[in-house]
Structures are given as C-alpha cells and as structure tokens.
Design a protein. Structure first.
Length: 245
C-alpha cells in the first residue's frame, strides 16, 4: 500500500511537470505573438503609451516597462514622458530631434540630457530662445528646477541665461565665440557713407559732430556721432576747423 502511494505520488508529480512544461511553451508562444502585435502597432501608430501597450500585451504596467527597456525605446521629452517609440521609427534631424504631431523625441533621451548634449555641441553655448528653436519648447521653467546640472555651466548675461559646456576647453572656446573681444581698431563708416559725411560737412562748415549725425539721421542715414568722430580722427580733420562742441 505504501509502495502504491509512492508510485502514485511520483506519477502526479510527473504529470504536473509535463503540464507545466506544456503551459510554459504555450505562454512563451503567446508572449512572442503579443510582442509581434505590439511591434506592428508601433509601426502603424508610431507612438504608444504604457496603458495602450498594457492592453495589447495583456500584462501589467511593470511587465510593459520591462518590454520597453528590452526594446530600448525612446521616451517623449514632452507630454510628461507618456509616449514611447521604437528605435527604428524616428527620423532624427541634424540636431537629434524628431517630432510626431505634437510629440517630441530626442536621440539623447530626456530633456535634461538633450539640453546638455546640445549645449556641448554648440559653438557659443545656447540661450533659452535658441534652445526653443531647436527643441520646439521653451526649457526655462524646466531648467529652473535645477540649481546645477552636471555637464552644464550656466551664466547670466544682459538678463539672458546662457548654457555652456562644463568641459573647460569647450567652455573657453564657446565663451570667446559668444563674447568676442572688442576690436581695438576704431569703427569707420563704409566708403559710400564717408562721402556722404564729407559732402554734408563741406556744405555745413563748422557743424558739430552731434549736429552732423542728427542731420544725416533726418536724411535716412544711420550713422552715430562716435563713428563720425572716428572718421575725423582717421583723416586728421581738426575740431578747431569744424568749430565742434
């Protein structure tokens, strides 16, 4: 009787194992089919949310996230990161941005990583307005959350925030390009404007630089008094002869 019970137990265990193996195979096949349905849905709709994928895969949100990680999907950097797309779908532009309707994706991933990458690759750093032209949204409110961002150097200039690379060599080059040193050579007007100034001067001897600049402005010529002063110095036209104030 005891021997019979042992044999019966072993048979039950074998049946359970066989059943489990058969069910495992079915589940594996089912998962592959659902994955294929998800890929087709991506190719058809371009972007999907986690909720939509959960319905297609018939699984939990946690499982969906595992799938997304496995597929190395991109996450939208707007719309609260709700949308996902497969790596094969986006056609990124030269700046690494792809837009689908009003949903934005970056080859660099998150919005923060995108700003870091774009700032590092720029020739003279980037302001909020310059970034907006690239990423199609103003990052001012988003970046205000961070006092410091690794990889970025933030500086304020004339009420504008400029993001530079944190790399010392790149930063130095970017800042020189953004704020080139002022030339020590005095600014002179073009030849055509020089003739206009000199003709006006001949017609109005003794006129001051300020009055001469004002008369030219009234005639539609945009030339500042300091530029006229540089011109006079360049040609050694004395103030005494002009009776300048």
């Amino acid at each position: 009787m005891i021997l019979y019970d042992i044999v019966l137990t072993e048979n039950i265990l074998i049946d359970i194992k066989l059943t489990h193996d058969r069910m495992g195979g079915v589940m594996k096949k089912r998962n592959v089919e659902l994955d294929e349905h998800s890929i087709k849905a991506f190719n058809l709709r371009k972007v999907l949310t986690i909720t939509e994928l959960s319905k297609i895969l018939v699984c939990s949100i946690i499982t969906v996230r595992r799938r997304l990680k496995k597929w190395r999907t991109y996450t939208s950097y707007n719309k609260n990161g709700r949308y996902y797309t497969l790596p094969s779908i986006p056609k990124f532009n030269k700046k690494g941005i792809w837009t689908y309707k009003d949903i934005f994706f970056s080859r660099y991933g998150t919005l923060k990583n995108t700003i870091i990458a774009l700032a590092a690759k720029s020739k003279q750093g980037l302001t909020h307005s310059e970034l907006e032209e690239i990423i199609w949204m103003n990052p001012k409110c988003f970046m205000a959350r961070f006092k410091e961002v690794p990889g970025l150097r933030k500086e304020k200039y004339k009420n504008k925030v400029v993001y530079f690379s944190a790399d010392p060599d790149i930063y130095k080059s970017q800042k020189q390009n953004r704020f080139p040193p002022e030339s020590s050579v005095p600014k002179l007007p073009p030849d055509a404007m020089t003739i206009v100034v000199l003709v006006e001067l001949i017609q109005n001897p003794g006129i001051s630089i300020e009055a001469l600049s004002s008369r030219l402005h009234d005639q539609g010529y945009k030339i500042e008094a300091n530029t006229i002063g540089n011109l006079f110095k360049h040609y050694n036209i004395s103030k005494k002869k002009l009776n300048m104030k």
